[in-house]
Design a protein. Sequence first.
Length: 188
Amino acid sequence: MLTAGERLLIAENGVFLEVRRPWLSLVRQVAEFNVRTAIPYGRVTPSTRLLCETIPADLVGAFAEMARKAHPMETGAWIVWSPSTQAFRLAPVGIVTHTGGSLKYQPPALAGDEVLVMDCHSHGRHPAYFSSTDNDDDRHDVKMALVIGNCDRSTPSIAVRLCAKGIFEETERAPASWYQAVRVREAA
């Protein structure tokens, strides 16, 4: 797929979802055949190709600082990317309501051809994890999701996952540069 969109692929080895966004190209298996029937198509291999550069650690650090300032309340922001300028930026969301355990927000205004790459939210003093509410909220999206938790600590906890139309792939560990970026620096 050369342009943004999504489609189902019928292959010899099952049914696959193909998703293309300006920042991502992704193929995932969504169903298998229970009957060995003759399918006149070849095999498909799951794949992930990041079309933008790696998400800058300094933006993850900037979001962690926002989360510290909002603590004990939850807060949120998007990390967006422009295909034309190749630039990332942190875009704070419009908070509708927030407590120490929930966040309702309006998406930020995007400029030009900016697209959502990572949806970030905090968990205040609670650990970073993806809740059933997060699963419901992320079910229809194609994005990375980031949670910063334990915002009252010098090194907060981090949870990150890929969301692709109900497929959730949580990473085992965030990049080391992100942990360095979110850590509170001790005064010299």
